[in-house]
Structures are given as C-alpha cells and as structure tokens.
Design a protein around this ligand. Structure first.
Ligand code: CIR
Length: 269
C-alpha cells in the first residue's frame, strides 16, 4: 500500500457493496421510514466509489454480506489513523458480526490492528478526527469505555467526549470541512454539541454553519470537499458554493433513509 503523508491525504479506501437485505432489515432511527430504492442506492454508491477513485484513491470493494444488512456502513467498524486500525465493538448488537472480515482486510493491508473488548462499544460515526485530536460522540452507540479504548490505542492524541443526544452519531451533526474547519448543522442539538466542542476541545476550529444537519456530513479528501447535491440540502448548498476549495457533490438520498451519510460509506487510509 502507498503511504499518505499528511492528515486528510489518503491513498486507499475500503467500501462494501450494498446487500439486498438492507431495505428491509437495516437499522433505522425512524421506523417506519421511507422505503429504500435498492437499485437507486446501488447507483448512488457506484458514484461514491467513482468519486474516490477520481481523487486518486485505490478503492478496495468488499462484497455485500446479506447476513449483515448494515455492512455498507464500514466507517463504524474501524478507526484508522497513522497506520493503526482499531476494530470497534459496534454499538448495535446486530452489527457486531461485521468486524471479523474487516479485521482481516485491514491486516492484509499491513496495518497494526487492535481490537476493542466488551464492555467498550463504539461506532466510527462517533469519531471525529480533526488532524490534531479526536472528538468522540457519547451516544446510544458509543460509551465511555469505548472512548477510553480509543484513547489508549491512539495515545499520542487528545481524546474528548461530546454528548450526542438525539442524533445517531456525532458525525450526523458535524464533520471536517477543511484543515481546522468543522462543518456544523443548524439544529439546536448540533449547536449544543458545537458549544461543547468549543469548550472542551484542545485546539480551536473555525465553524462552517450549514442549516441542514444532513449537509454537515461531508468528506474532506485529498484537498477536495465532497458534499450532498442541492436537491438533498436545499438550504445549505449555497454555503458550499461560496467556498473556494475544490468540491464534488454526490447523491445519497437512499442510504440516508437508513441513517447512512457520506462519511459512513468508507474507511479512508
Ligand atoms: C445503523 O443504524 O447502524 C445504520 N443503519 C446506519 C449507520 C450509519 N453510520 C454512520 O453514519 N457512520
């Protein structure tokens, strides 16, 4: 594997194809939710993979695993930083079987692989790496022991817990939008989480406010900001339009119905 040399510069991505069991069986916050159009979801996922390839990444595509309806959301399964991968113990019982295959995939890539043990629980969607420190959502999926396990594995970085009350994950409300820039959603929950970040984080960041919380989940990859298309974030699109950095837009209407956002579809290395 080629090595990337700076934060947010990646050479490799791991993704997983969408299983046919997803529309009926994936976990979702709002039940019943709008039906997922599987074919459309697959098309949108292909575009996602193409975007990463266009940014110069080698994309490792794992086959869909029908026994694990949420397997496409690979971000939750492992946190990778500086050549070390922590296999998380996923917060939802039905997803724990996703870890074994990811462990061998990461080992084959030559990463140092560590594994989180009970009672720790953590979803990668709660882990916001700013390049300087980790902010970890304490949520329905991620507990204090999970955050402490992450802090032990990545001991050279500060690790700070942020309360996540109604959203699935911390990154359902905020993600990196550039070096030292955090894109934050406009809901009161997202704003409260941001206030906590401002109080507790060891470093300072610029806030880029977007009205829609779904817009706050972006991917900052190799200098390009990937965000959702205007149709999915009508009130926030203009905010991205005003940025001068290279940008790409992607559709994610289908997987968002089962709480999947852009970051959760890849592990970036
Ligand atoms: C779940 O509830 O676990 C999946 N349906 C969605 C996971 C989304 N993951 C993420 O945003 N990191």
């Amino acid at each position: 594997m080629r090595q990337a040399h700076s934060k947010f510069q990646y050479t490799t991505a791991i993704v997983c194809a969408i299983p046919s069991s997803l529309p009926a069986e994936a976990q979702r916050q709002n039940d019943p939710a709008e039906a997922v159009d599987l074919e459309k979801a697959v098309r949108q996922h292909r575009q996602y993979v193409r975007a990463l390839k266009n940014l110069g990444l080698e994309v490792i595509e794992l086959p869909a695993d029908d026994n694990h309806p949420d397997c496409v959301f690979v971000e939750d399964v492992s946190v990778v930083c500086d050549g070390v991968a922590l296999i998380s113990r996923l917060g939802h019982q039905t997803r724990r079987g996703e870890s074994a295959r990811m462990k061998s995939t990461l080992e084959e890539l030559g990463l140092i692989v560590e594994e989180m043990k009970a009672p720790a629980a953590l979803d990668g969607g709660d882990v916001l790496f700013t390049g300087k420190e980790f902010l970890v959502g304490l949520s329905k999926r991620t507990n204090q022991a999970g955050m402490e396990a992450l802090a032990r594995t990545f001991s050279s970085y500060p690790v700070t817990g942020i309360s996540v009350t109604s959203h699935l994950h911390l990154k359902s409300m905020m993600t990196m939008g550039g070096h030292d820039i955090i894109v934050v959603g406009g809901s009161s929950e997202a704003q409260n989480a941001w206030i906590e970040v401002e109080k507790k984080a060891r470093f300072q960041y610029e806030k880029l406010l977007v009205p829609d919380d779904t817009a706050a989940n972006c991917l900052f990859v190799n200098g390009t900001l990937i965000h959702l298309v205007a149709a999915e974030i009508p009130d926030s699109f203009e905010v991205f339009n005003r940025l001068s950095c290279p940008k790409m837009e992607l559709e994610n209407s289908e997987l968002s119905k089962v709480d999947g956002c852009l970051t959760c579809l890849s592990i970036l290395i």
